[in-house]
Design a protein around this ligand. Structure first.
Ligand code: ADP
Length: 309
């Protein structure tokens, strides 16, 4: 079987993670806990997820010409990711995310985007050949929206399917033109709610939100529901619930990224959408069962073993 080629367009950050007993409230200081630094950013997480799950993975991103940027690129290369399109911005620092995680696995995240903000539509034009050569293109919203729109347009024009993970959710509806170029839209509950105004609290409301998003153009909407798994909607009103793989959650930081990366790999391999979503749900669950963003992302062997169990 041919190795699937996944192209991820997205953010590259350095994550500074503090695990604390309780998340502080505004103005409050919580003393105690442990600190870990790791490579992160939704784009990078999804690229690492795809690479660990066996895809040939190309990452299109922008980092600063600084220590964090060099460390990030070295890390991606160690994962076997093609980093020729991880561009360097001479002026802006590599993006940084400050992450707090409490005992229950709840998190608070603040991102200083830095060089990610400079990834431009012109960069997508320059990388057009790579986008067109992909089996699937995966994007999120931590890079500028015009850049995401241009990449989606280039991929769609070449018949390359596009997964959009609309995270972090914008405070406005997504451009109609973008949704027409997106093949698979993969919001979590809060993103589905932000994009539609439908309060997503259960499978029925996830279906209602997905129906609205589906009407905007994607071939399918996959709403992830944390410990309740996911809902896959290809036809209005007729979603299929994908049950969660049962784990004890420690840190859900990159669960959604593991899901998106895994969905991309399985679809790029030619698996039917429901099988791809089952594979992705297991990858998400394994990521939720471990600390950190990239350190928590599972390998193909681990996901296959969990799927079989
Ligand atoms: P996000 O990280 O974007 O908020 P979710 O929390 O919905 O996304 O998680 C993505 C996927 O990971 C879910 O659809 C589910 O399959 C899996 N997952 C997340 N949290 C858990 C959990 N506590 N137990 C089992 N699976 C989980």
């Amino acid at each position: 079987m041919k190795t699937p080629h996944v192209v991820v367009v997205g953010s590259s950050n350095t994550d500074m993670v503090v695990k604390t007993a309780e998340l502080p409230k505004p103005g409050e200081t919580v003393v105690g806990g442990t600190f870990v630094m790791a490579a992160g950013g939704k784009g990078a997480n999804q690229a690492v997820a795809a690479a660990r799950l066996g895809a040939k993975t190309t990452f299109i991103a922008k980092v600063g010409d600084d220590l964090f940027g060099r460390q990030a690129v070295a890390g991606y290369q160690k994962e076997g990711i093609d980093t020729r399109w991880v561009l360097r911005d001479p002026a802006r620092p590599t993006g940084v995310a400050l992450i707090l995680v409490d005992q229950r696995g709840e998190n608070l995240i603040s991102v200083a985007s830095g060089a990610n903000e400079a990834l431009s539509p012109e960069d997508m034009d320059a990388a057009a050949e790579v986008l067109r050569s992909a089996d699937i293109v995966v994007m999120q919203l931590e890079t500028p929206l015009p850049t995401v729109c241009r990449a989606a347009e280039i991929a769609a024009a070449a018949g390359v399917p596009v997964i959009l993970d609309p995270a972090p959710a914008p405070n406005h509806p997504l451009p109609e033109e973008l949704l027409r170029h997106v093949t698979y839209l993969k919001p979590n509950e809060s993103e589905a709610e932000r994009l539609t105004g439908v309060a997503v609290t259960d499978v029925a409301s996830a279906q209602a939100a997905a129906d609205r998003l589906l009407a905007a153009g994607p071939r399918a909407v996959i709403v992830t529901l944390g410990p309740r798994g996911a809902l896959v909607v290809e036809k209005a009103g007729a979603g299929t619930a994908i049950p969660a793989h049962v784990v004890s959650a420690v840190d859900t930081t990159a669960a959604g990224d593991a899901f998106s990366g895994a969905l991309a790999v399985a679809l790029a391999r030619g698996e039917p959408l429901l099988d791809a979503a089952r594979f992705a749900a297991v990858a998400g669950a394994l990521a939720a069962s471990r600390m950190g963003a990239q350190p928590s992302l599972p390998t193909e062997t681990e996901v296959r073993a969990a799927l079989g169990s």
